[in-house]
Design a protein around this ligand. Structure first.
Ligand SMILES: *Cc1c(COP(=O)(O)O)cnc(C)c1O
Length: 398
C-alpha cells in the first residue's frame, strides 16, 4: 500500500490544477480600447453585454449591476418584497441569499435542503409557507438546478414570486432554457471566484419587462425609462457596472460555453470513477430536464460512519497533501451565523433547525471549478487520490 503524502509519501500529483481566472491578450486589448476611448462609463459595452448574456441564458432582459449581492437585492425589490414580507431561503448557501432579503426589508425564513442534491427541499418550503410569504429564493446549488417546474407550479398556486439565486449556474439549462429567467427573475455574480468574472459584477435576468424596468431604475438612481435625467421616480441607488468590467465580461462570455461543457464532461468522468468508493457520496442526480449543468464546484459528502477514526477535515488534509485542491465548504448553516443570533433582526432564529443543512456542513467536500478545466488525466488524478486515501484509511485514523 502506498504511503500517504500526509505521512511523507509521494503525492499522487505535484503539478498544479488549472488556475483562475482564465484570460488572454483579448481581455488586455478590449480593456485598452476602452481606456483609450475615454468612454469608461455605462455605454456600449454594458448594453451589449446585457444583451449577449441574456441571450446566452435565453432570457429577454438583462440588468447589470455591481455584484451578485446587488443583483439579488434588485431582484427582490423589483418583485416588490418589502417590510413584513417573508421570503423562504435555504440555509446552505452564501450569506447574500439571506442578507439581500433583510436589506430589502423582508424577513428570511429558512427551509431545509435535500441531502441528495444540496438544493432547497420544496416539501419543507411548503411547510414554512405563511400568509406573509411573498417569494421563494432557491439557489441552484453548485450549478444543479432545482425542479423549476415544481417551484413555478407552487408560485402560481400560492401567488409567490420565484426568484433564482443563479450565482452558481452560468450556463445551466432546464429543458433547454438557461437558469435565471426560469422563474420571475434570477441573479448572477461575476465576482473573482465565479465561473465568468470581471473581478466583481452582477446581472439580473428576467422575461418580464416590468421587473426589468424596475430593476434598472433601482440600479440607476431611481431614474425611469421615459423620464428626464434629473427626474427620479423611486428611491434607488447607484449600482452601475463600468465599461471596463463589461468589456472583460464580453470576452469571458465567449469562453463560457466551452468551459461549461468541459467541466461537465470531467465531472461525469469523476462521478463514474468515485461513485463506488465507500464513505464518498457524490451528488448522483439525473433528471432529463437538466439539459446542461454548470459546476461552480464538484461537491460530495464524506460520510464518517464508513471511515472509523477519520474526520472529514482529516480526509480533506490528506487529499490536499496528495495534490488535489479539496475544501470543506460552509462551516455552519446561515442561521447559525452570529448575525442571525442577535435580536435586532426582529425575528428569533435561535430555534431554527434544518438537520440536512447541518449535516451537509459536517460532511461536504468541495473541489472548486478551475480543477475541472484540466485534461481527463488531471481529473483521474482526483479519483486516484481519493482511492489512495481510502485504501489507507486505517493509517489515517487518529
Ligand atoms: C457569490 C454568491 C453570491 C453573491 O455574489 P457577489 O458577487 O459575491 O456579491 C450570492 N449567492 C451565492 C449562492 C453565491 O455563491
Amino acid at each position: 500500500m502506498a504511503q500517504l503524502a500526509i505521512h511523507g509519501g509521494t503525492p499522487v500529483r505535484t503539478a498544479p490544477y488549472p488556475g483562475w481566472p482564465v484570460f488572454d491578450e483579448t481581455e488586455v486589448q478590449r480593456v485598452t480600447e476602452v481606456l483609450r476611448s475615454g468612454a469608461w462609463w455605462y455605454g456600449e459595452n454594458v448594453a451589449r453585454f446585457e444583451e449577449e448574456y441574456a441571450a446566452f441564458q435565453g432570457a429577454r432582459y438583462g440588468v447589470t449591476c455591481t455584484n451578485g449581492t446587488a443583483a439579488l437585492e434588485i431582484a427582490l425589490q423589483a418583485c416588490r418584497v418589502s417590510q413584513g414580507d417573508e421570503v423562504i431561503v435555504p440555509p446552505y448557501t452564501f450569506i447574500a441569499t439571506a442578507s439581500a432579503v433583510v436589506r430589502t426589508g423582508g424577513t428570511p425564513v429558512f427551509a431545509d435542503i435535500e441531502l441528495e442534491t444540496a438544493n432547497l427541499d420544496i416539501e419543507d418550503v411548503e411547510a414554512k409557507l405563511t400568509d406573509r410569504t411573498k417569494a421563494v429564493l432557491p439557489v441552484h446549488f453548485a450549478g444543479l438546478p432545482v425542479d423549476m417546474d415544481a417551484y413555478n407550479a407552487l408560485g402560481r398556486e400560492k401567488g409567490l414570486a420565484i426568484i433564482e439565486d443563479a450565482c452558481h449556474s452560468w450556463g445551466t439549462q432546464w429543458k433547454g432554457k438557461g437558469a435565471g429567467a426560469l422563474g420571475q427573475c434570477g441573479a448572477f455574480s461575476f465576482q473573482m471566484s465565479k465561473n465568468i468574472t470581471a473581478g466583481e459584477g452582477g446581472i439580473m435576468l428576467t422575461d418580464d419587462e416590468g421587473i426589468a424596468d424596475a430593476a434598472r431604475s433601482v440600479t440607476n438612481c431611481g431614474r425611469c425609462k421615459s423620464g428626464g435625467w434629473y427626474e427620479h421616480t423611486l428611491i434607488g441607488t447607484n449600482l452601475r457596472m463600468t465599461e471596463i468590467q463589461a468589456a472583460i465580461l464580453r470576452v469571458q462570455l465567449t469562453r463560457l460555453e466551452e468551459q461549461t461543457i468541459r467541466r461537465e464532461e470531467n465531472a461525469r468522468r469523476l462521478d463514474a470513477r468515485v461513485r463506488g468508493i465507500p464513505g464518498i457520496r457524490i451528488i448522483d442526480w439525473v433528471d432529463p430536464r437538466i439539459t446542461r449543468r454548470s459546476y461552480h464546484m464538484y461537491s460530495f459528502r464524506f460520510t464518517a460512519e464508513e471511515w472509523p477514526g477519520v474526520s472529514r477535515d482529516r480526509f480533506v488534509a490528506a487529499m490536499q497533501a496528495e495534490g488535489v485542491p479539496v475544501g470543506a465548504g460552509y462551516p455552519y448553516p446561515l442561521y447559525k451565523n452570529p448575525v442571525f443570533q442577535r435580536p435586532e433582526l426582529g425575528r428569533d432564529y435561535s430555534d431554527v433547525s434544518c438537520p440536512n443543512a447541518e449535516r451537509m456542513c459536517q460532511e461536504a467536500c468541495w473541489i472548486m471549478h478551475p480543477a475541472l478545466l484540466g485534461s481527463p488525466e488531471d481529473t483521474d488524478d482526483i479519483a486516484r487520490a481519493m482511492e489512495k486515501v481510502r485504501d489507507s484509511a486505517q493509517a489515517l485514523a487518529e
